[in-house]
Ligand binder design. Structure first.
Ligand code: SF4
Ligand code: SF4
Length: 501
């Protein structure tokens, strides 16, 4: 019906002087944008199907293609922007919830970009990381509040189980099912090579990946898909997922069409059945209930694994974290409102939750004020884009960061935000065999190793510039940060001074 017509968001611009009608773009596009017209011997494009994933642009042998945003427009209205109008058309046509993928794309403040890092000058000289030792290793887990010695003066080693990381970066939870086998293989291999960790997400652990268990965090989410004793024992740590930044307060839904073959076996649910994770864990309605699950998991794994509790960054996150720190959990993972996902209701993704920068600063401060900061390590995620974000997060109080979108970008993701359609042209957020094979795990893992290695070099350079030679000395060192263009309330929450002060 005419009311439903929505002009395509992108236009495919094909240079006829360069196009040789090789049909590469047609073969590469799972969205079936390109087609060959035998009558004219030329290529055509159905732009209504284009998600702007750049696969065709990247592989066109003659650089004949580019994708541009359409300049077709509605009459100017600062309140009713095109996306507001079109969403109303879509929903009044379907009666359905709008779905999106990846993180919140709205123009909301990115505090990382309003925080500047210090550097030493004259006194407290900087350190040259190429010539002097620089420690990036961190341990995640509960820390003792005091040093204890036995009757003979020997140290009493009653340290809880710890995760050892060569660099304070982990690959965040992405389930097998939401991402492909080859994407998981790339993450698992890279984590092993780097001496860090990747996370199964809520989809269970494919039997092929048990070999990477020492570098695996196994997740227990509300749906308990794929959770059994061997699964819990396989990982180096167990993560209880209460919430995630892209969709705080709601559960998850992997459609039955994606529950096929190995994914069905790994999740331990029948082929074709929808994998619906409830919004809450039905056995957790209080910190005491959470404590029971934390200790059930510790008991099941003989107190050998740290337990992480992952929550979304929401308004009263400091009080929530205070409760979790008393639940027996070893690590709290907090996911900010820009965190990615395979599929989320658009309104939830774009309007629920708070920025990780504010959540992290308020949680770290609250735990310090209450004298329980050592009870837990803090892991934060939700759009950590580069090594400077890592340094700022650690200076604000994090022990380490989770990255996911950055990791997917390293694997070839072009942030088209269409993962929920299951037709990822880069072989990442798809289960279609012909697409999955486009991602070579050998290349994927090497690119992830390169990314984290590059960030490690940059982290060392920034730490050296500050005259700091270990992550431990940087953690919570907010004197190394200054705000730019922030109001006093924002500065107070972040616990930093304004630039120039
Ligand atoms: S890949 Fe490039 S050269 Fe080949 S048909 Fe498409 S636009 Fe033309
Ligand atoms: S993973 Fe694939 S579908 Fe998802 S945003 Fe990236 S390129 Fe697009």
């Amino acid at each position: 019906m005419a009311i439903d017509f929505i002009y395509p968001e992108y236009e495919v611009v094909r240079n006829p002087q360069r196009c040789i009608a090789c049909r590469v773009c047609e073969r590469q596009c799972a969205n079936e944008v390109h087609s060959y017209d035998p009558e004219t011997g030329t290529m055509r494009a159905d732009e209504s199907k284009c998600v702007n994933c750049h696969r065709c642009v990247t592989l066109c042998p003659t650089r004949a293609l580019k994708i541009v945003k359409t300049d077709h427009t509605f009459k100017y209205n600062a309140n009713w922007k095109a996306e507001n109008i079109q969403d109303v058309y879509r929903q009044s046509g379907t009666g359905g919830v709008l779905l999106s993928s990846m993180g919140n794309p709205k123009e909301l403040p990115v505090y990382w970009d309003k925080i500047l890092i210090n550097a030493s000058q004259v006194t407290n000289p900087s350190i040259d990381p190429l010539r002097e030792p620089m420690e990036t290793k961190v341990y995640l887990g509960q820390k003792p509040t005091k040093v204890e010695r036995d009757g003979r003066g020997n140290l009493v080693n009653n340290l809880s189980p710890q995760l050892e990381l060569s660099v304070p970066i982990l690959f965040s939870a992405m389930s097998y099912g939401s991402i492909s086998y080859n994407a998981h293989a790339s993450l698992a291999r890279a984590a092993t090579e780097l001496g860090i960790y990747y996370n199964t997400g809520e989809g269970g652990l494919h039997e092929d990946f048990y070999q990477y268990g020492k570098n695996t965090i196994v997740q227990v989410a509300s749906g308990r898909f794929g959770v059994h004793k061997e699964y819990l024992e396989a990982g180096a740590a167990i993560e209880i997922k209460i919430g995630q930044g892209a969709k705080p307060g709601i559960g998850g839904h992997l459609p039955g069409t994606k529950i096929v073959g190995d994914i069905s076996a790994t999740r331990m649910i029948p082929e074709g059945s929808d994998a619906i994770s409830p919004a809450p864990h039905h056995d957790i309605y209080s910190i005491e209930d959470l404590r029971q699950l934390v200790f059930s998991l510790k008991e099941a794994t003989e107190y050998k694994k740290p337990v992480i509790v992952k929550v979304a960054a929401v308004h009263n996150i400091a009080a929530i974290a205070s409760g979790i720190a008393r639940s027996g959990a070893d690590i709290i993972a907090i996911d900010g409102f820009r965190g990615g996902t395979g599929a989320a209701p658009t309104r939830i993704r774009d309007n629920v939750g708070i920025p990780i920068e504010l959540a992290l600063a308020s949680v770290d401060q609250r735990l310090r004020d209450e004298g329980i900061r050592g009870n837990v390590s803090l892991l934060v995620g939700g759009s950590i884009r580069n090594s400077a974000d890592v340094v700022k997060a650690i200076a604000l109080g994090a022990d380490a960061v989770y990255i996911a979108t950055s990791a997917l970008l390293a694997l070839g993701c072009h942030l088209c935000r269409s993962c929920h359609a299951g037709k990822c042209n880069w072989g990442i957020a798809t289960q279609r065999p012909e697409l999955v094979k486009r991602l070579n795990p050998d290349i994927g893992s090497q690119r992830l190793v390169n990314l984290v290695t590059a960030w490690e070099h940059e982290i060392k350079e920034m730490m050296g510039g500050m005259g700091i030679n270990s992550i431990e000395a940087l953690r919570g060192n907010r004197l190394m940060l200054r705000g730019l263009g922030l109001n006093q309330t924002e500065l107070n929450i972040l616990g930093i001074k304004h630039a120039g002060e």
